[in-house]
Ligand binder design. Structure first.
Ligand code: PMP
Length: 392
């Protein structure tokens, strides 16, 4: 498929006519997307497509905290964090996130996407090196480009290649960026080995814990903590509040001096309107629930493994989940779409990943487990999966 570059308009044509040409190409490639608004209440539907890993997004305690925050603070934050957009809720959330990850400090952004953009562009710039895993999340890819540093892409989880790039660099400063749990396949980065190489070559490591927080490790403290790297002075983490924390928003967690630097330099922190207090309150309550009930993290991991094992039992190709996500390989994008459609029709909503979210030829279904799934839910999901993938 050609790029989204504007084509010269044929004389007399509208300057946006090229959009229809691109759309036809996407339709032909099975890659056209349409928004389907989700009904608020769907009795009987089992949702394995969302990222509410701990099942807290509608928990009465979380909703009550959100409602209180709306009453006290209103619907929005009214301004950027450095002007009117910081409240006690933001400060408490930052303190408790840092405490839970056993790190010095945290800084809340209005999304995980912006936390990555802020952290990476503030920690690397022109004349520096950023090393990024080949299947890192799009927000990391964009951040690397925006940083203006030289970007080296290493093969997925290839620690030897990482060491070589770091050893041969001419730049003094290097930042290594990796997803803790890869968002589509749900596999875990070898963080202990990566961190050792990063330290050996005097670089900084940034780990995106979007799918790690609340899920991986003891009490869902994340993959960095599980690798024994909590509080390491050369490690920075980014998290999202939109998955296990059941809310919206993001944060950078790490050494105090990194957070201080971000407050002064991170453009998505300085120029973006602060996270709505209602979202901070909801995330804070979810985090408190996780700290009171640390077994939630193990529960979601067990459910994900149960789904993946079951899918393999059906003869499907499923990944081995390190966190909440079980991924079932289908192949062609239209086949994956059809499987997801059939599954939704049968009342089980699953995610469907096609290019550009995954490389060509490995389109897949993504089943996100939740801590509140029952044995009956898992059995039903597997029955529907068996039917939905028949003949594809
Ligand atoms: N990093 C990863 C690995 C993600 O999967 C996501 C969410 N899709 C993000 C960052 C962005 O987080 P948010 O949705 O909070 O912007």
């Amino acid at each position: 498929m050609s790029e989204n570059r504007p084509q010269p308009a044929p004389s007399g044509g509208h300057p946006l006519d090229w959009l229809e040409i691109r759309e036809k190409e996407r339709v032909a490639a099975g890659l056209r997307r349409r928004l389907r608004p989700r009904p608020a209440d769907e009795p009987g539907v089992l949702d394995l497509a969302g990222n509410d890993y701990l099942g807290l997004a509608r928990h009465p305690r979380v909703l009550a905290a959100a409602a209180d925050a709306v009453r006290v603070w209103g619907a929005g934050s009214t301004g950027s964090r450095l002007v009117t957009g910081s409240t006690d809720l933001h400060a408490e959330l930052e303190a408790e996130l840092a405490a839970h990850l056993e790190s010095e400090a945290a800084l809340v952004f209005s999304s995980g996407y912006l936390a990555n953009i802020g952290a990476i562009t503030s920690l690397a710039g022109r004349g520096d090196l950023v090393v990024s895993d080949a299947i890192n999340h799009a927000s990391i890819v964009d951040a690397c480009r925006l940083s203006r540093a030289r970007v080296a892409i290493t093969p997925h989880c290839d620690v030897a290649a990482l060491a070589e790039v770091l050893a041969q660099r001419t730049e003094e400063r290097a930042l290594v960026v990796v997803d803790a749990v890869f968002s589509v396949d749900g596999d875990l980065a070898p963080l202990a080995e990566i961190a050792a190489v990063v330290r050996r070559y005097n670089a900084v490591l940034l780990v995106d814990e979007a799918h790690g927080l609340g899920v991986v490790g003891e009490a869902g403290r994340g993959a960095v903590h599980a690798a024994g790297l909590a509080g390491a002075d050369h490690v920075v983490q980014t998290v999202t509040l939109s998955k296990a924390m059941g809310s919206q928003g993001g944060a950078v967690v790490g050494p105090q001096r990194v957070v201080d630097h971000l407050v002064d330099t991170a453009r998505p922190f300085i120029f973006d309107t602060g996270l709505a207090p209602v979202c901070a309150a909801a995330a804070l309550e979810s985090l408190r629930m996780l700290r009171e009930e640390p077994a939630l993290a193990g529960a979601v991991r067990a459910r994900a493994r149960q789904i993946a094992d079951g899918a393999r039992g059906l003869g499907l190709r499923a990944t081995v989940p390190a966190g909440a996500v079980a991924s079932v390989l289908i192949g062609a994008p239209d086949a994956a779409f059809e499987a997801a459609r059939r599954s939704a029709e049968a009342g089980v909503r699953v995610g469907c990943f096609r290019p550009p979210s995954v490389p060509d030829g490995i389109s897949r279904l993504r089943l996100a487990a939740r801590a509140d799934l029952t044995d009956a839910d898992v059995a039903r999901a597997l029955d529907v999966l068996a039917e939905a993938t028949k003949g594809l």
